[in-house]
Design a protein around this ligand. Structure first.
Ligand SMILES: Cc1cc2nc3c(=O)[nH]c(=O)nc-3n(C[C@H](O)[C@H](O)[C@H](O)COP(=O)(O)OP(=O)(O)OC[C@H]3O[C@@H](n4cnc5c(N)ncnc54)[C@H](O)[C@@H]3O)c2cc1C
Length: 475
């Protein structure tokens, strides 16, 4: 029987492990933290009984992932729950742009811009499964749906600041800019619409659901699947070399898949990396960081805009111009007084996360790479801007700075929760220019983390694709 070790137990690592185990390989997953899950853990961070998603919270890529869907994770308790309104972007004048599976919401909130919005995303929404099949693979593949991919490409290539010019009014402009800001990059460069186009189309096609009981339900379901297939998990063990793996499983594994950032791969594989691979991984760049605050609050957030009280995800950053300006400054290393904040109200659609009338609120700000200050007040300020009185409802907080993110998970270099900057080069060729981006150029050794295609997000597709590459060469 062939043996494999997967280093790291994020969704990509676990997906890789499950795929290898499905092929009859004896798989061991080795995780540095004391609990598996990577970016998919849920904990009582503030008050007993109140559940907070430590990292990922909303799962458009999870519910759209062909590989996760093929596993039937519902058998192991995974249940997606959809917000009434998937996404809201409030403005200072009390209006808000809304997006979600119900088209009436978008029409109502965007008014005259609704038709333009539909033209922008209609084709991607209608052909969403085909589009996913294309973009969840490396860019170097031969497309099976060239027309769908081509239409998406024409929209994705635009700078977001240019894409919003087709809209007349602020709600539509800001709504798109907020989604585009998920790229954690400047929004005035080529391809800065790509992440936003994908996520906006997903909001309409499949929604931005949460996992019942918290994102950790995804980890639990993947672990149960792996265990059924005979896979094992070792926690509390940070891997620093390939030699360590031989000691851990008692023999040299036939396959090693690293769910690590390129920085981790450089450390673990070291001098064995061929020069071109080493140079590619050394050149790989990391982007801005997140500063996260989890709140326990009494009751609900008193949003000025009523629709925001029914939304799962909220983007707090004001107008499209403000968001684009803030993001550009963040990339340059400037901390904004009013940073872009992503806020989650998962509990509204999943009451199992609350304790009585004490509810969890999830929020993080985009901050410069390695930012060493405290963004808590700036985050509270942004919520107060659109929901005066929020501060008075706070019972407890738990914060995680960029340095604490990196200590928690080595893949978040400098607090970069995307495991690598979404520059034009790294959107197209992640982590480096190569026919097989998963191969590390050492026989049997692969990379599968969010630093590989299709990039950040809970979808397991990097893991699946890397495992497929490994299996193809194992015979
Ligand atoms: C604050 C935050 C919010 C996010 N929000 C969302 C969201 O709403 N929706 C979404 O889809 N995505 C979101 N993401 C991104 C998502 O969590 C990640 O893209 C995803 O988890 C990446 O999966 P992965 O398997 O590549 O790596 P990770 O989930 O990062 O897991 C990597 C694992 O490898 C382990 N590891 C690393 N190096 C070593 C080593 N040397 N030895 C042993 N173990 C090692 C780490 O400890 C970690 O457990 C968010 C992330 C963060 C941090």
């Amino acid at each position: 029987m062939s043996t494999a070790v997967v280093v790291g137990s994020g969704p990509n690592g676990l997906a890789a492990a499950v795929r290898l185990a499905q092929a009859g390989i004896d798989v061991t997953v080795v995780e540095a933290y004391d609990r598996p899950g990577g970016g998919t853990r849920t904990s009582e961070l503030t008050v007993p009984g109140v559940l907070h998603d430590e990292c990922a919270a909303f799962h458009p890529t999870g519910v759209a992932s062909p590989y996760l869907a093929s596993l039937g994770l519902e058998r192991h308790g995974l249940r997606w729950l959809w917000p009434e309104i998937d996404l809201a972007h409030p403005l200072d004048d009390g209006r808000a742009g809304l997006a979600g599976r119900d088209p009436a919401l978008t029409v109502q909130s965007l008014g005259a811009d609704a038709a333009g919005w539909n033209r922008m995303f209609g084709a991607a929404v209608r052909n969403f499964d085909d589009l996913i099949a294309e973009v969840f693979q490396p860019m170097t593949h031969l497309p099976r749906h060239p027309i769908t991919l081509g239409r998406f490409g024409l929209q994705a290539v635009l700078p977001a600041t240019l894409a919003v010019r087709r809209f007349a009014d602020d709600p539509a402009k800001a709504l798109f800019m907020g989604v585009a800001a998920h790229a954690f990059n400047r929004l005035d460069g080529p391809l800065s619409s790509s992440v936003g186009t994908m996520l906006a189309a997903a909001a309409h096609a499949v929604g931005w659901p949460v996992a019942e009981g918290g994102t950790e339900a995804i980890t639990r379901a993947l672990l149960a699947t792996l265990s059924e297939l005979g896979g094992k998990v070792i926690t509390g063990t940070r891997v620093t070399s390939l030699e360590m793996l031989r000691d851990l499983i008692g023999e040299r594994p036939d396959v090693v898949i690293l769910d690590t950032a390129p920085a981790g791969a450089l450390e673990i594989v070291g001098d064995r990396l061929p020069g071109r691979v080493r140079r590619g991984l050394t050149r790989y760049t990391y982007g801005p960081a997140a500063f996260k605050v989890d709140f326990a609050i009494e009751g609900d957030i008193p949003w000025r805009n009523e629709d925001c009280r029914r939304a799962g995800t909220l983007h707090l950053g004001g107008s499209a111009e403000q968001v684009a300006r803030i993001e550009a400054g963040t990339v340059r290393g400037e901390m904004a007084d009013q940073p872009f904040v992503l806020l989650g109200q998962q509990y509204l659609f999943d009451p199992s996360r609350s304790s009585g009338n004490t509810n969890p609120i999830y929020a993080y700000a985009h901050v410069p790479h390695g930012y060493s200050g405290d963004a808590t007040e700036a985050i509270i300020g942004q919520v107060e801007r659109f929901a005066p009185g929020f501060r008075d409802r706070i019972i407890a907080t738990s914060t995680r700075s960029p340095a604490e993110f990196e200590a928690y998970n080595a893949n978040y270099v400098g607090g970069d929760i995307s495991a690598g900057a979404n520059t034009m080069r790294q959107i197209l060729l992640r982590p480096r220019l190569a026919a097989d981006p998963y191969s590390l150029g050492v026989p049997g050794v692969y990379l599968c983390s969010a630093a590989t295609p299709p990039g950040a997000g809970v979808h397991g597709m990097g893991g699946f694709n890397a495992a497929q590459a490994a299996l193809a060469r194992l015979v």
